[in-house]
Design a protein around this ligand. Structure first.
Ligand SMILES: *Cc1c(COP(=O)(O)O)cnc(C)c1O
Length: 644
């Protein structure tokens, strides 16, 4: 091993509790130290107040009975939890979960007894500010402006997860799209206004933000009476006030806008469209080519929308699809936004990077600049492909992004994030129309987000989660040299896994046809299998499902019975495109005509998420990747021998 990679391994050694609980002493020390620290804080609040619970209370039978009940229940819970999924183990390569970063876990545990509520500064004087800072940290990782002194600084906040962050993206895009229409309808004087309702509803997102800004400046110079009058008048025209029905009834030439997303998009997009009242039918799923959004199809759809005067709310590009880890051409979506906005069809570009967001750390230098592709590529066999590089390099030009710290951020659940490019747009989400004004002067950046509850979809919200994310980003800054070591490791693991899969396919070619259906863009690797000689997709699907039965959670059996945990997904011709489908079926020696026979018109394949930091155990010279393929080979032979 070269010294460089040795140094890398050493830092990572302190990052996690470890598969064997190796860092138990460290975590225990931290938890006890900060629990005591919390207790001293209580005692030092008003030391003149005497203890309210007597020192002899613990001898009372009621106390003892309560304690006994509590202990019994806690032991039962603890025992039941032993059936949990062993996310921490390098034998777990199923879904998007792994070990937890110690700085985040410790920060969260230490914050819990303070119980801050990030709904507002009143309930969380410390952690609300940390949440706004987390937004800036993530903005920097994505390439957005993250200097709060700048007028066009980005803004981000945490959500319960990617689902709610995607919903926030829809909500903000709709507010931005409809607001210029409200201004126009209210007839606000002195503002440079779009000439008609269609253009007002189709501004480039940058122009829409500029209009919000101009409106606020106009209000700031108006007299208090005028300000109130105009605010009320504009508010009455807004979509948030009238509702979808009232707004579109008032503007009968406008249709309800569509959301364009790739067919592999997460189902949170369907939920979001329903929740916002747009309706599921406004979500138009675009075909893909090679598991990425088909740029020609996007173009053709936008052309059709323009022709039919069908407004588009946003185009969604996915950075790291949930099922395949593929990265959509974000750069092409941005280019389409520019072209079509110039022709009168304005829409926002949102990146759903719930899974892949933290891969962006690999592309950032410590000073925040974008690294060159050669520099990013050093140390990898294939990553990043030119397409992936161009896509991720374009993140800073998008309008908003979803990132899940509880996925590739290795943090406990309840941590998603929404980040938008220019914070001035966020004023439209405020529950209080004149929140900006204390007197007449707008508050500063930090000041304005101290009442977070005004802008976020939730109300009360855990400040402890925020503390975990913040501290993690401070201990491991979001650039390639720090946090980037983690995604770098998962990419190397995925490349090793891919290479080993190809060797498996070669070694077992007499018994099974095995194919990596497409080279992975990131750290998810899929594997398709078909018993040698079989031509039927239905038979191949049944075979892969049997294999997966060995690889999935089964609470009726002891956990230790399982050698490995994996997951499955499917390949659908409408996502692959005809050429790719044929190529993969050919490679598997399957008859395309049999695909429809299995009911679903889809091929079941194994899916592996390679985010565990210990897949290659350097300490003991063990590759869990090799062991997995040995296990898989044995299972394949056993199933075939049993006549499956
Ligand atoms: C996981 C995921 C989501 C949903 O995020 P939750 O945190 O589960 O709510 C959305 N989009 C993508 C691409 C995802 O991978």
């Amino acid at each position: 091993m070269q010294p460089a990679s040795d140094a890398r391994t050493r830092t990572l050694d302190a990052c996690f509790l470890g598969p064997y609980g190796e860092n138990d002493a460290l975590l225990e020390k931290l938890v006890v130290e900060f629990l005591r620290d919390h207790v001293y804080w209580r005692r030092n609040f008003h030391p003149e107040d005497p203890p309210a619970i007597s020192t002899t209370a613990a001898q009372h039978p009621d106390y003892q009975a309560f304690e006994a009940r509590m202990r019994r229940e806690l032991h039962q819970l603890s025992a039941a939890l032993k059936k949990s999924v062993p996310f921490h183990s390098p034998r777990y390569i199923g879904h998007m979960a792994s070990d937890l970063l110690l700085p985040g876990l410790a920060a969260q545990i230490l914050t819990l007894p303070y119980n801050p509520n990030n709904v507002s500064e009143d309930a969380a004087p410390v952690t609300v500010e940390l949440e706004v800072k987390v937004g800036l940290q993530l903005a920097g990782m994505l390439g957005y402006v993250n200097d709060p002194q700048r007028a066009d600084c980005a803004f981000g906040h945490l959500t319960s997860g990617g689902t709610l962050a995607n919903y926030q993206a829809l909500r903000l895009a709709l507010a931005q799209k409809a607001f210029p229409v409200a201004l126009l309808a209210a007839g606000v004087p002195d503002l440079a206004m779009p000439e008609d309702v269609w253009s007002a509803f189709n501004l480039h997102p940058h122009a829409a933000t500029a209009l919000v800004d101009a409106w606020q400046q106009w209000l700031a110079q108006a007299t208090p009476a005028e300000r109130r009058r105009w605010q009320a008048r504009v508010q009455g025209e807004r979509i948030e006030q009238r509702g979808l029905a009232g707004f579109f009834a008032a503007h009968p030439t406008l249709k309800v806008p569509k959301v364009l997303a790739p067919i592999t998009a997460h189902y949170s997009w369907s939920k979001g469209c329903k929740l916002l009242g747009l309706g599921r039918s406004q979500l138009e799923l675009l075909p893909e080519r090679g598991m990425r959004i088909d740029v020609d199809a996007l173009d053709a759809t936008l052309e059709r929308c323009l022709r039919e005067r069908q407004p588009v709310l946003m185009a969604v590009a996915v950075m790291g699809t949930t099922e395949y880890g593929t990265v959509d051409p974000i750069d092409a979506a941005v280019a389409a936004r520019e072209r079509f906005a110039a022709r009168g069809l304005g829409f926002a570009v949102h990146v759903d990077a719930a899974w892949g967001g933290y891969l962006a750390t690999l592309f950032r230098s410590a000073d925040g600049s974008l690294r060159a592709r050669e520099d990013v590529a050093a140390g990898f066999a294939h990553f990043p492909s030119p397409e992936v590089y161009s896509a991720i390099a374009a993140l800073g030009d998008t309008d908003s992004v979803t990132v899940d710290p509880h996925k590739l951020g290795y943090l406990p659940y309840g941590a998603g994030a929404f980040i938008c490019r220019d914070h001035r747009a966020v004023a439209l989400l405020s529950e209080e129309a004149d929140y900006v004004f204390h007197g007449a002067a707008p508050k500063d950046y930090m000041g304005r987000y101290r009442s977070l509850g005004q802008f976020i979809p939730e109300g009360s919200k855990s400040g402890a989660t925020v503390a975990g994310v913040y501290v993690t980003h401070k201990v491991l800054p979001l650039d390639h040299a720090h946090f980037g070591q983690l995604p770098a490791q998962t990419i190397r693991a995925a490349e090793a896994f891919h290479a080993r899969a190809l060797r498996f396919a070669d070694e077992l070619r007499e018994v099974v046809r095995a194919v990596v259906p497409f080279a992975p863009d990131s750290n998810l690797v899929c594997f398709a299998l078909n018993p040698a000689g079989n031509r039927s997709a239905a038979v191949a699907n049944a075979f892969v499902r049997r294999l997966h039965d060995e690889l999935r959670v089964d609470t009726s059996r002891p956990l230790q019975d399982k050698q490995f945990f994996g997951s499955v997904t499917t390949l659908r011709p409408e996502a692959l495109g005809e050429t790719e489908t044929r190529r993969i079926l050919d490679a598997l020696d399957l008859d395309p005509a049999t695909l429809a026979e299995d009911g679903g018109d889809r091929l079941v394949i194994l899916r592996h998420t390679l985010m565990n930091p210990y897949l290659i155990d350097h300490e003991n010279g063990i590759s869990y990747i090799d062991r997995y393929f040995e296990h898989l080979g044995a299972r394949v032979r056993a199933l075939l021998a049993a006549g499956n």
